[in-house]
Design a binder for this molecule. Structure first.
Ligand code: NAD
Length: 222
């Protein structure tokens, strides 16, 4: 596939594994100059090697402003001003709504909402100045179908729909688009973790819960 983005600078957050990693690999295969971030240096380094020989990486916790600033500054110095931003992140804390603490809500807000607000604030001005930019927030299908195991994700992700609209209203006239992708069930570490919680709750095995999730999808696989 040629998306016509060869040579563009692409920043992909939380990309040492899962959907972020797959996105970074795809953008590198399209010829983008890619920078990824994640929290664990050894996993991040080995992910960068698999993405492309030139993949830039920087340790960064996306729930921390200084950490985000550091990654974006390092990527700009190495690759130039970003054209594409993918605001992937890890899934927020999970559990029944009546049992979730204020600390867990705050963790979710820092890592799932403020990360997006901050990254866009840091990256969008130079995109707007250049007249071209693409920003994609990876959120979740729970934005449309709230899930009892995922109250924080369901609440924040539906709010991000409104945030995306407001951000795109501000940036569209400068050639910068802002969109969300709401993944369905995808067999990553996060999905395995969620299935293991359901297995414990339901007294079933992990394999049974993975099969149940897959069977919700019309094609019968994640
Ligand atoms: P994953 O757990 O497989 O990978 C998440 C990646 O994010 C890992 O590399 C992890 O190290 C990194 N990460 C986590 N917290 C971070 C932080 N604070 N700072 C920097 N890096 C961090 O998850 P995934 O399945 O690829 O999910 C990615 C996103 O998609 C999540 O936000 C998740 O809620 C959402 N999602 C996933 C599914 C699914 O079925 N897998 C479905 C809907 C939505």
């Amino acid at each position: 596939m040629d998306l016509g983005i060869s040579g563009k600078v692409a920043l992909i957050a939380a990309a040492s594994k899962g959907i972020g990693f797959a996105t970074a690999k795809l953008l590198a295969d399209e010829g983008c100059k890619v920078s990824i971030c994640g929290r664990a240096e050894s996993i991040l380094r080995s992910a960068a090697e698999k993405i492309s020989p030139d993949c830039h990486w920087q340790v960064c916790d996306v729930s921390n402003l200084e950490s985000i600033e550091h990654w974006i500054q390092a990527a700009k110095s190495e690759l130039g001003e970003p054209h594409i931003l993918i605001t992937n992140t890890g899934g927020p804390p999970v559990g029944p709504v009546m049992e979730i603490s204020d600390e867990q809500w705050q963790t979710g807000i820092d890592s799932t909402l403020l990360n997006i607000v901050r990254m866009v604030r840091l990256v969008a001005p130079s995109m707007a100045e250049s007249g071209w930019g693409r920003i994609v927030h990876i959120t979740s299908l729970v934005a449309r179908e709230p899930n009892d195991l995922l109250p924080i994700s369901s609440t924040i992700r539906s709010g991000i729909e409104a945030l995306t609209k407001v951000q795109s209203n501000a940036l569209a006239k400068h050639g910068v688009t802002v969109n969300t992708v709401q993944p369905g069930y995808t067999l990553t570490d996060r999905q395995t973790h969620l299935c293991s919680i359901r297995a414990e709750q339901n007294g079933t095995s992990l394999e049974q819960e993975i099969e149940k999730q897959a069977n919700i999808i019309p094609v019968g696989r994640m």
